[in-house]
Design a binder for this molecule. Structure first.
Ligand SMILES: CC(C)(COP(=O)(O)OP(=O)(O)OC[C@H]1O[C@@H](n2cnc3c(N)ncnc32)[C@H](O)[C@@H]1OP(=O)(O)O)[C@@H](O)C(=O)NCCC(=O)NCCS
Length: 159
C-alpha cells in the first residue's frame, strides 16, 4: 500500500462509510452502471451479499479512501472465475492506491481459490483500463453501447 493507507477486511462497522462513498461514485456516474440515487438494499446486494471478501483502505486518521469487493463472477462450474470492483475516493486518487487495491485483490483471489479474475463492464473511457492492462489483464470482449451509447470492455486474467 502507498504510505499512509491501511487495507483491512471490511467489518459491519465499515458498511455505512462504504455505502456513502459508493453512493457518491454512483451519483457521479464514475465507472459503475448503477442508477442514482443508490438505495441501501442495492448497495447491500451488489457489495455485500455475494462477496467472498470486501476490503477497505483507510488513512492513518481513519478516513475511508478506497475499497474493493471480490466475488464469484459465475455460478457452479464457472465459479472459479472471480469478479471485482474497485473505487478510490476522489481526493486520494493518483497516489497508487487503486493499483495497490487491484494487486491486493489478486492475492486475495488466489488465497480464496479463484484461478481467474474477470471484469464484465469496463467503460471504454475509464482510465482504469490502463491500470488493468499494465497488470496483465487482456481485453476479451466488447459490450456494444453498454451505457448511454458507450461501449464497455470485458477484461480477464489468470490468477
Ligand atoms: C479507477 C480508480 C480506482 C483508480 O484509482 P487511483 O488510486 O487513482 O489509481 P492509481 O493512482 O493507482 O493509478 C494507477 C494507474 O491508473 C491510470 N489512471 C488512473 N486514473 C487516471 C486518470 N484519471 N487519468 C489517466 N490515467 C489514470 C494510470 O495509468 C495510473 O498510473 P500512473 O499514476 O502511474 O500514471 C479510481 O479512478 C476510481 O475510483 N474511479 C471510479 C470508480 C471506477 O471507475 N472503478 C473501476 C471500475 S471498472
Amino acid at each position: 500500500m502507498p504510505d499512509g493507507f491501511l487495507v483491512t477486511a471490511a467489518t459491519p462497522d465499515d458498511h455505512d462509510d462504504l455505502f456513502t462513498a459508493f453512493s457518491r461514485i454512483v451519483e457521479d456516474g464514475d465507472g459503475f452502471p448503477q442508477n442514482p440515487p443508490l438505495l441501501r438494499h442495492e448497495f447491500d446486494e451488489y457489495w455485500l451479499a455475494h462477496s467472498s471478501v470486501v476490503a477497505v483502505a483507510r488513512t492513518d486518521s481513519g478516513q475511508l479512501a478506497g475499497a474493493y469487493y471480490l466475488k464469484p463472477n459465475f455460478v457452479g462450474r464457472a465459479s472459479h472465475i472471480a469478479n471485482a470492483g474497485y473505487f478510490v475516493v476522489g481526493p486520494f486518487r493518483r497516489r497508487g492506491l487503486g493499483r495497490s487495491l487491484v494487486l491486493h485483490s489478486l492475492e486475495q483471489g488466489r488465497r480464496l481459490g479463484f484461478d481467474a479474475l474477470q471484469f464484465n463492464l469496463v467503460f471504454e473511457t475509464n482510465p482504469a483500463r490502463t491500470l488493468y492492462e499494465e497488470l496483465g489483464f487482456s481485453q476479451i470482449g466488447r459490450v456494444p453501447r453498454a451505457v448511454e451509447d458507450e461501449d464497455a470492455l470485458i477484461y480477464w486474467r489468470a490468477l
